[in-house]
Design a protein around this ligand. Structure first.
Ligand code: UTP
Length: 228
């Protein structure tokens, strides 16, 4: 299978320091998938690292595109860290745009990307890369178990939505105002791309690696499937 992993900044760098333990566990997991013959792209979010820099830079400028450029650099630092953890299994450069993706893929190694252009988040990078890569599946790894009817961090009774059509998630996130460093479960640019390309997308808790394994193997798992 061809799989794109969208690793949310909320799990790769939840606080001011990167979560080395998670990066180690995840890199072992995808290395095993590669050994089994799967082809993989990993897209890393910026997390607190990127957010701290965006927050600091906001004291000097309100230029959202410029703040996005700072965010992109943050995502690429996390991508470098992921490359370090993957060792010989990774293509050694952070792929910066779709044009360069082909070369990375042709090496047969795991390709790692961060952000690409302003006005979006790495969710959109993942969906665009998946389209280019003709991926069978996108796995969005975040710090909650999937898409809920209400914010699960605020409402104990929030219910996990097991299945959504791309149009449904686009209807929810499409209304959100975009701002550098802001958080929604899926960015509107990514949701719009999914409406068009309809690649099967799974949103789940990235820290639960066994659950992620089950999702990929077509077994029972906890999360939200976006698809037909
Ligand atoms: P993230 O993908 O980490 O965004 O990119 P996020 O959803 O805001 O945060 P997480 O997932 O909780 O970490 C960090 C920031 O980098 C810029 C945006 O400002 C984004 O908020 N960015 C990222 C871009 O402008 N373009 C990209 O392609 C990716």
């Amino acid at each position: 299978m061809r799989i794109v992993f969208d690793i949310g900044g909320s799990i790769i760098c939840p606080d001011s320091l990167p979560d080395v333990n998670f990066i180690r566990r995840f890199s072992r997991f995808v290395t095993n998938l590669r050994k089994k013959g799967h082809k993989i792209i990993v897209v890393t979010g910026g997390g607190k690292f990127a957010k701290n820099y965006i927050h600091a830079a906001r004291k000097f400028t309100h230029d959202e595109s410029f703040l996005d450029v700072i965010g992109i650099q943050g995502t690429r630092m996390n991508a470098l860290l992921m490359i370090a953890a993957l060792g010989d299994n990774a293509y050694k450069k952070v792929v910066k745009n779709l044009d360069d993706l082909q070369h990375g893929i042709s090496t047969g190694k795991i390709v790692v990307m961060g952000g690409t252009v302003p006005g979006q988040t790495t969710d959109a990078v993942s969906v665009a890369a998946a389209e280019y890569f003709e991926a069978d599946m996108i796995v969005i790894a975040t710090d909650v178990d999937g898409v809920y009817d209400r914010d699960p961090k605020k409402f104990k009774k929030a219910k996990l939505i097991k299945h959504m059509k791309p149009e449904e998630i686009y209807r929810i996130v499409g209304k959100k105002k975009y701002e550098a460093g802001s958080f929604t479960i899926l960015d509107p640019v990514a949701a719009k791309l999914l409406v068009k390309n309809r690649i099967k997308t799974i949103i789940l808790n990235g820290r639960k690696i066994n659950n992620m394994k089950n999702a990929i193997e077509g077994k029972k798992f906890k999360g939200t499937v976006i698809g037909d």
